[in-house]
Design a protein around this ligand. Structure first.
Ligand SMILES: [Zn+2]
Length: 141
């Protein structure tokens, strides 16, 4: 089996409601996602998929929706002032139905990445999301 992996990075703020410690406060991360693709065979140029296609499609979506904004839980009781300020400042908050942990964010990215790459013939087989240099969560098909 041959796969290829494209790395995508962005900066965002979140907080984990009801977290036992400091992650309950608003704070930011440099997120790093490693998106691994598989294809039935290599294309006529010897690739699973051009890295640029993953960058443009998935990276483009991430730039639009997640970079330099907040990724928050829809029912977060502390979120309203952040949402109001960011809407005014041109970077609306991205809402999730669950706490925005690395696990929940990587699962959301897996849905998006599969949709955005669906017509390329490749399959997204794994995504590892680094929230810090020492902590990551992985989605696997
Ligand atoms: Zn965090």
């Amino acid at each position: 089996m041959l796969t290829c992996t494209r790395r995508i990075e962005w900066d965002a703020m979140h907080r984990i409601p009801r977290h036992e410690s400091k992650c309950r406060a608003f704070h930011g991360h440099r997120y790093v996602a490693e998106i691994t693709c598989d294809a039935p065979e290599l294309d006529d140029r010897g690739r699973v998929v051009d890295f640029g296609v993953v960058k443009e499609r998935v990276g483009g979506w991430v730039d639009q929706h997640w970079d330099h904004t907040a990724i928050l839980m829809r029912t977060d009781p502390e979120a309203a002032p952040v949402a109001e300020a960011n809407a005014r400042l041109g970077r609306p908050v991205y809402w999730l139905d669950q706490p925005p942990t690395a696990e929940v964010i990587v699962a959301a990215l897996a849905v998006v990445a599969q949709e955005l790459l669906a017509d390329t013939g490749v399959t997204v087989v794994a995504i590892r999301l680094w929230e810090t240099p020492n902590g990551s969560a992985e989605w696997r098909r």
